[in-house]
Ligand binder design. Structure first.
Ligand code: TYD
Length: 134
């Protein structure tokens, strides 16, 4: 499975760092939504879904967490621990997020507004769909 990560260029100076992300310049898609996950309790694993039609970039802007990716054929674990690095996830990818450090803030930039109908929340349905589409 190909893991696509974007490395953003921080505007660093003696004051510290600043990362700016512009649609279609720093990322390949327009985005319609941003959300972030923080204060994740010990041992929590979340996500457990795929999307029919959604592109996302995940950036752990503070602390670290791990992402389990599963395309129905292969799985991969990705560590996110740099505030200037974004993991790209497109359609039809099952994801789970775990091992959040206490200070973890996982920022997600998404190509579309929230739509519960775009979620595949049943793993067996997900596997069926990717195998049928192959
Ligand atoms: P949930 O899908 O359980 O998060 P995760 O996939 O990370 O486990 O989302 C938690 C709640 O937040 C749920 O009630 C739906 C809501 N939510 C929104 O309202 N908008 C959003 O963009 C997202 C991602 C979730």
């Amino acid at each position: 499975m190909e893991i696509i990560k974007y490395t953003f260029s921080p505007h660093g100076d003696e004051r510290g760092q600043l990362v700016a992300i512009e649609a279609l310049k720093d990322l390949p898609f327009e985005f319609k939504r941003v959300y972030y996950i923080y204060d994740t309790k010990d041992g929590v694993r979340r996500g457990f879904h795929a999307h029919y039609d959604l592109e996302q970039i995940l950036i752990c802007v503070s602390g670290s967490c791990k992402i389990h990716l599963d395309n129905g054929f292969e799985t991969q674990e990705v560590l996110l621990d740099k505030p200037y690095e974004g993991l790209y996830i497109a359609n039809n990818m099952w994801r789970e997020m775990y091992d959040f450090t206490k200070d973890a803030v996982l920022l997600v930039i998404a190509s579309r507004p929230y739509d519960e109908l775009d979620y595949i929340r049943n793993y067996d349905d997900f596997i069926k769909m990717v195998k049928e589409n192959k």
